[in-house]
Design a protein around this ligand. Structure first.
Ligand code: AR6
Length: 354
């Protein structure tokens, strides 16, 4: 996945470059700066002394010495003074300069801490948003894997309101699912009876019978299409009647949406290699987070998201938080994959993408 948010100590990251949240002197300090200098050893400070400091909003590169990476990029973030003193632009510039330096050195993997969000007081949710927006802009035109490394859970908070909203949504849907399950176990109703009893909450339809659907039944559209096919005479023929595959449906939807492949996989936060595998292998079976990432990139409504999932053998379930959280965003028309990933991260779920 080109952009990942992970929880770790940045000094342990085995990447091409890690970014340090430094100060203008570049001579070390507390926080992540202190941890990086401690882990790299005194030679890092010796090299930093030769750099002559660095302006706020900029960055300079050194070797990594005892660290398990190749380079350290020392970025100087702004001190938060209320937000009206150009802090955001300076923070954006930190990320851009650091990414440009990494690119110059042909780095394929880079890890950032949340610059300015500690001693420099930049509010963490705002700092994270700047990081995500700036890095994803860069990744639109560049092939690189970038990690945003969050040190501790407390350092990472999606807005309290969003967290509460999602928590409520999870509660509501878990409850609904368990109620449904109870109902299914305690009653063996035909769906049309079930529909009547549900008093308008569900549209009534009947099970498929040997002669097809009864005339007044209204089966859900995909099922209706599937059962209209004449039955196969032999197993060979049945296997030959295979429906549109996941890959075919995805490529068709990309065309229908009038976007390019690149726009689609970038927006899905899926890397180019995986996309070409899907493109070249008609029967490729992706993971569920990958399918959902494409559904988000294509801004599919819930019904089409379910169809796409079905092509890869998956469904959206109300029995797991991951599905409910994704559904929460789709049902609100919020297709920002990075925001969705932030929320998934906050609820300890795996992220969308590869
Ligand atoms: N790995 C990843 N993230 C970390 C680590 C770690 N080992 N340690 C802390 N963080 P800060 P700033 C997180 O204060 O706000 C220094 O003294 C931390 O939770 O390190 O840019 C410099 O010399 C926070 O979210 O950097 C400067 O004087 C984030 O890293 C000044 O602090 C940044 O916190 C820079 O302040």
């Amino acid at each position: 996945m080109p952009l990942e948010i992970i929880r770790n100590d940045i000094t342990k990251m085995k990447v091409d470059a890690i970014v340090n949240a430094a100060n203008q002197t570049l001579l070390g300090g507390g926080g992540v700066d202190g941890a990086i200098h401690d882990a790299a050893g005194p030679k890092l400070l010796a090299e930093c002394r030769k750099l002559g400091g660095c302006e706020t909003g900029s960055a300079k590169l050194t070797g990594a010495y005892r660290l398990p990476c190749r380079y350290v990029i020392h970025a100087v973030g702004p001190v938060w003074r209320g937000g009206g003193h150009g802090e955001r632009d300076q923070l954006i510039s930190c990320y851009r300069t650091s990414l440009a330096l990494a690119k110059q050195k042909r780095c394929k993997t880079v890890a950032f801490p949340l610059i300015s969000s500690g001693a420099y007081g930049y509010p963490k949710d705002k700092a994270l948003k700047v990081a995500i927006d700036t890095i994803s802009d860069f990744l639109f035109d560049n092939e690189m894997t970038v990690y945003i490394v969050i040190f501790d859970k407390a350092a990472y908070q999606i807005s309290e309101k969003l967290f509460k909203d999602i928590a409520e949504y999870i509660d509501d849907h878990y409850a609904a699912e368990h109620f449904d399950l109870y109902r299914r176990q305690s009653q063996t109703l035909l769906p049309d009876e079930y529909g009547k009893r549900a008093a308008g909450t569900l549209s009534a339809w009947k099970y498929e019978t040997a002669d097809g659907f009864s005339e007044n039944a209204a089966p859900p559209a995909p099922l209706a299409k599937a059962v209209r096919k004449a039955p196969a005479a032999s197993l060979d023929e049945a296997v030959g009647m295979i429906d549109e595959s996941f890959s075919e449906m995805l490529l068709r939807k990309i065309d229908e949406h009038g976007i390019t492949d690149v726009q689609c996989y970038k927006k899905a936060n899926v890397d180019r290699k995986l996309f070409s595998k899907i493109r070249s292998d008609k029967l490729y079976k992706p993971s569920k987070p990958t399918v959902l990432a494409f559904a988000i990139a294509l801004e599919l409504p819930l019904s089409e998201t379910r169809e796409l999932l079905m092509k890869a053998g998956f469904a959206l379930s109300h029995s797991n938080k991951f599905d409910i959280i994704v559904e929460y965003f789709i049902s609100r028309g919020n297709y920002n994959i990075f925001e969705i990933n932030e929320a998934l991260f906050a609820f300890d779920q795996s992220l969308l993408g590869v």
